[in-house]
Write a protein that binds this ligand. Structure first.
Ligand SMILES: Cc1cc2nc3c(=O)[nH]c(=O)nc-3n(C[C@H](O)[C@H](O)[C@H](O)COP(=O)(O)OP(=O)(O)OC[C@H]3O[C@@H](n4cnc5c(N)ncnc54)[C@H](O)[C@@H]3O)c2cc1C
Length: 390
């Protein structure tokens, strides 16, 4: 590494990689000096993620290579607390992707565009802007590098930017625990979501197929409902009840930032994106497409900052970046974050009754509008819970 760069990107996840791609594509004529660092080579270990994405958002966020797609998903099956199954066929479809392959390929593409990539170093701090207009990034190997713009794409828990007027910590960080297993019997063109207080209080259990009889099976629990809950026991009960014959290959734990608040996600010389900017959908807990999208916006904002005349212009770029995110996903996430707690309070019985009503309809008649219609029409508590979405 040299000591000074135009842009330093921290984190080689979907957000950081897409930030680099966008930055280097808008800046094709005058390539800036860009360093991308990660505390590890994320693609060399299994990535703690169920790897499900919606097709439309994924295609909007970046150019997809077909080799990243493990499976095409055309349905979502919801299981109410008493096990009633409702299947919703989504014409837009979704994918189960191979994140390791995608991230490795994107990193290779960045290298070809001249981005320097250093893996195995962790950023331990980012200073405020100095008199020379640069921030300094302290690394755990004792070195320091400087940059005119830092893109923090370091995921939910790195806390960079602490002490400045920026969202530096995760909101509503929820714990998740899951296994990758084989010998799993389930439809491979569907994702399976299980709800109920005994299944995963305030969250859900999921079964996402991976092909060849394998699946990713896990639980995520609401932060306000976690007290007294042991995630390992919860998952073990779920597996014992629903998939007693699976062969567990690996266990993983992870955290998902599931809250969203308005608040600064960029300052002159420091732009946050992906999980580091709480970009995850608070209810579905999906964050891959969101990280790719916000990373793309961050890359463009970083490019604009490099040519900005002064602090005032940089602040304008920060405001435009935040506005672009609010328009793309933030406004919706704010509503979902508000609805989430109320949804967690709806009794299991309401979900059971709604599911039974929907189950009696033929699958091709079930649409999202129907699901909402049935639920809202029958249960005042659900209407109240969903008032934030109206
Ligand atoms: C169990 C689980 C299942 C999930 N399933 C899905 C799913 O099916 N679909 C979906 O859309 N989303 C899912 N998510 C959410 C999704 O994984 C994240 O939202 C997404 O990875 C966010 O991307 P990111 O680039 O912001 O952060 P990350 O993918 O977390 O990448 C951050 C990178 O930064 C590196 N890093 C961290 N700190 C530092 C540091 N200080 N210095 C240097 N490098 C650092 C990390 O090593 C990492 O490579 C799941 C999350 C979990 C925990």
């Amino acid at each position: 590494m040299i000591s000074g760069y135009d842009v330093v990107i921290i984190g080689a996840g979907p957000a950081g990689l897409n930030a680099g791609l966008r930055l280097t594509s808008v800046a094709a004529l005058q390539p800036p000096a860009v360093l991308l660092i990660d505390r590890m080579a994320p693609w060399e270990k299994p990535i703690p993620c169920a790897e499900g994405v919606g097709r439309l958002g994924f295609e909007e966020a970046l150019e997809i290579d077909p080799s990243w797609i493990r499976l095409v998903i055309s349905k979502a099956s919801f299981y109410s607390p008493d096990g009633t199954r409702v299947t919703y066929a989504d014409a837009n479809k979704g994918f189960i992707i191979d994140r390791a392959k995608m991230q490795r390929d994107l990193a290779d593409k960045l290298r070809k565009r001249g981005v320097e990539i250093t893996l195995g170093v962790k950023a331990v701090g980012v200073t405020p802007v100095g008199d020379d207009g640069r921030r300094r990034i302290t690394l755990d190997n004792g070195e320091t590098v400087s940059a005119r713009v830092v893109i923090d794409a370091s995921g939910p828990v790195s806390l960079l930017g602490r002490g400045e007027d920026i969202c530096w910590k995760p909101y509503d960080l929820e714990p998740a625990y899951f296994v990758v297993a084989d010998n799993v019997e389930c439809d491979t063109d569907a994702v399976h979501i299980y709800m109920g207080r005994n299944v995963a209080p305030g969250g859900y259990a999921w079964v996402f197929p991976r092909g060849n009889g394998a699946a990713n099976i896990g639980v995520v629990v609401g932060r306000n409902q976690i007290k007294g809950v042991n995630l390992r026991d919860l998952l073990s009960d779920f597996l014992g009840k629903n998939f007693p014959n699976v062969n567990i290959l690996t266990y993983f734990a992870g955290s998902i930032p599931c809250g969203y608040r308005r608040g600064s996600i960029a300052l002159p010389g420091l732009i946050k994106c992906g999980d580091a900017a709480n970009a995850t959908n608070p209810v579905s807990r999906a964050g891959i497409v969101e990280a790719l999208m916000s990373g793309g916006l961050a890359g463009s904002a970083a490019f604009d900052m490099l040519s900005a005349g002064g602090v005032r212009q940089q602040k304008r770029i920060c405001a435009d970046y935040e506005k672009a995110w609010v328009e793309k996903r933030g406004a919706r996430h704010l509503k979902l974050a508000k609805a989430k707690e109320s949804l967690a309070k709806v009794p299991d019985g309401d979900y059971n009754t709604a599911a039974r009503t929907l189950q009696s309809m033929s699958a091709d008649k079930i649409s999202m509008a129907k699901i909402f219609g049935v639920s809202l029409g029958r249960f005042p508590r659900l209407i109240w819970a969903l008032r934030h979405l109206m």
